[in-house]
Design a protein around this ligand. Structure first.
Ligand SMILES: Cc1cc2nc3c(=O)[nH]c(=O)nc-3n(C[C@H](O)[C@H](O)[C@H](O)COP(=O)(O)OP(=O)(O)OC[C@H]3O[C@@H](n4cnc5c(N)ncnc54)[C@H](O)[C@@H]3O)c2cc1C
Length: 414
């Protein structure tokens, strides 16, 4: 029995190693288009590889997997984060859990995972062919099973803006997706997810480096909103709240050319509570300038910026004391704190993490085995499927789970 794996990334290697552990006699070959394998694993998590998550803070999988949560819920019965954690520790990669529930190798180095995969692949006799781009299944007709683990890549039309320089879009000839479509698979057009926003506001950008701990960002007039820390950068906005929003609204933003208004509630509290805090400040610190006394615990420079934004049209200007804050100005300030609006001008040039929303539609695969519904003995695992998560180790977990599912399915039909 011979199995070909197309793509030497996270899912491809996890699959190869598990196949050999389940069926040592199986001949397994990985075909990788690049000269090096596991390149994304290497750069992941800032070089530390956030390889999974404890899921302790996750009450609803759709919050961490905007696409694919139903299928993953089912597949987690086969192989979930606890299995992944145990798997890596059992294979000589001790892990640690951070306070935010993200899981990393204890060595804080992605090479510990790469070394684990490479040494197991060598020990088990997995054949690794690099520099070999597979563009159709015709060359692989003498394999009993073929698994596609080619990862994700945005299509040319959707990858615009500076990010396309960082992640060159695949040309149609380099992607297997058109071929798979011709074989009868439904392809959900790939678009980027998990990116930060370019906001061309020099005054905001001047606050680069400032972080707010608990902010809500949203796209006005849509259901898309996300909460979490927000980071102001020299190109605009980033941080967990923005990355999450870019994931939830990935397709919406792609359709809009990544230009849209962005709403910010800096403290994630409602207008009434902001008003109450303003009233208290007026009563307690009446003689202090509004710009100098900051009742919300925001970074002082951000508070000054927000007061300037909120009261810029005020008759009295910025020299107001708390005692002089009238109803109109207070309303303006409440609005700036809870409904600050700016314009997303595109995807930002740098990325913390980056994944593809879209790929092979889940309706094209058997949900128990991930085998193609149209081409027998053809399977899919990893980001090539229309599954993607937010940051926090969820994308690798999807790769481990789908790869393990395919290994178990190939074993079961032997
Ligand atoms: C900078 C960055 C940081 C990230 N950090 C994290 C993180 O910390 N935690 C997390 O959970 N996720 C992270 N991700 C996402 C994670 O890396 C991916 O979700 C994961 O690698 C997907 O695994 P995969 O095997 O499906 O695809 P990949 O790892 O992308 O592997 C696919 C492989 O297939 C090869 N290939 C493609 N087409 C062909 C072809 N036609 N023929 C032969 N070979 C082909 C590619 O060259 C590649 O090596 C990060 C992503 C990026 C870009």
């Amino acid at each position: 029995m011979r199995t070909a794996i197309i793509g030497g990334g996270a899912a491809g290697f996890f699959l190869a190693v598990n196949l050999k552990e389940m069926m040592p006699e199986l001949e397994v070959t990985i075909f990788e288009r690049g000269q090096r394998v596991l390149r994304k694993v290497e750069v992941s998590g800032g070089g530390r590889c956030n390889c999974t998550n404890t899921f302790q803070g996750v009450s609803d999988l759709s919050q961490v997997y905007p696409r694919g949560h139903r299928l993953l819920k089912r597949l987690f019965h086969v192989f979930d984060y606890r299995d992944a954690y145990e798997w890596f520790e059992r294979h000589g990669v001790p892990l640690v859990v951070q306070d935010d529930e993200c899981v990393f190798p204890r060595a804080q180095d992605s090479h510990s995972i790469i070394d684990c995969f490479l040494s197991l692949a060598r020990r088990y006799g997995v054949k690794i062919v690099t520099g070999r781009r597979i563009t159709s299944l015709n060359d692989l007709s003498d394999y009993d099973n073929v698994v596609i683990t080619t990862g994700g890549a945005p299509s040319t039309s959707s990858a615009q803006g500076p990010l396309s320089a960082v992640h060159p879009p695949s040309s149609p000839s380099s992607s297997l997706l058109p071929y798979l479509q011709n074989c009868g698979h439904e392809i959900v057009p790939p678009v980027p997810s998990l990116f930060s926003f370019t906001i061309n506001n020099a005054r905001l950008q001047a606050l680069q480096g400032l972080v707010t701990e608990h902010t809500t960002v949203y796209l006005p007039g849509t259901k898309f909103r996300a909460e979490g820390p927000l980071l102001i950068t020299h190109w605009g906005l980033s941080g967990p709240a923005i990355l999450k929003l870019s994931s939830y609204a990935a397709r919406h933003l792609a359709d809009a050319g990544c230009r849209a208004p962005l709403g910010i509630n800096w403290l994630s509290i409602n207008e009434t509570d902001v008003q109450t805090l303003l009233n208290e400040a007026s009563a307690r610190q009446s003689q202090k300038l509004i710009t100098t006394y900051n009742p919300f615990g925001l970074p002082q420079r951000l508070w000054t910026f927000l007061v300037e934004e909120g009261l810029s049209s005020s008759r009295e200007g910025l020299g107001l004391r708390w005692s002089e804050l009238g109803k109109k100005d207070a309303n303006r300030l409440v609005n700036t704190m809870t409904n600050y609006t700016c314009q997303i001008e595109g995807r930002a040039p740098f990325k913390d993490e980056f994944v593809t929303c879209g790929g092979v539609s889940l309706s094209s695969v058997n949900p128990s085995t991930l085998e193609s519904r149209t081409v027998p003995h053809l399977y899919f695992a990893g980001e090539v499927l229309d599954i993607d998560g937010i940051t926090g180790g969820f994308n690798f977990q999807a790769a481990w789970t789908t790869a393990y599912t395919v290994a178990a399915a190939i074993k079961a039909r032997r």
